[in-house]
Design a binder for this molecule. Structure first.
Ligand SMILES: [Zn+2]
Length: 159
């Protein structure tokens, strides 16, 4: 299948964990490499799984078949990494915001009544539905933190 902006999937190296959270926040399927895995294995996993590997590690670019699979970023903080990635490939930062767990990448589902009882009373009254990660057993709600993240995603999308 041809990659289009909306169905790109990513694999971030460990140094880019912060960026991976933001790609998940935008709605992209994004894994993070565990540390200590040989470069060759990481690259093969990306290829076999149809993921674009995002790395700050030069060594990964030395593999002959890295070409279409690897994006190398020259950046430090999350902000500059997001900007560098947006330059390398079209990222839709408003693809499907907060549809994935920021911790583990699983798709969120709508929280049922039992999950809803776990969150503070005032958060239950919010307009947006509360979401739940079945993998982490975590309930997400649209508090100030999510509002701030949405603001940043909008800013990045506008650039
Ligand atoms: Zn999770």
């Amino acid at each position: 299948m041809q990659n289009t902006p909306d169905n790109m999937r990513f694999l971030c190296d460990e140094m880019l964990k912060g960026l991976a959270r933001w790609l998940r926040a935008a709605g992209y399927d994004t894994e993070v490499c565990e540390s200590g895995i040989p470069d060759r294995t990481v690259l093969e996993h990306a290829m076999n799984d149809g993921r674009i590997l995002i790395t700050r590690d030069h060594k990964l670019m030395e593999f002959r078949d890295a070409g279409d699979t690897v994006i190398w970023l020259d950046c430090n903080d999350t902000e500059s990494c997001a900007a560098a990635l947006s330059k390398a490939v079209h990222i839709n930062w408003l693809l499907n915001p907060f549809s994935r767990c920021l911790q583990c990448n699983a798709l969120l589902i709508e929280a049922d009544a039992e999950k809803i009882t776990r969150v503070p009373g005032e958060s239950r009254k919010l307009a947006n539905p509360l979401m739940y990660c079945p993998a982490c057993d975590k309930v997400y709600w649209e508090g100030n933190h999510v509002d701030r993240m949405r603001g940043k995603l909008r800013t990045w999308a506008g650039n």
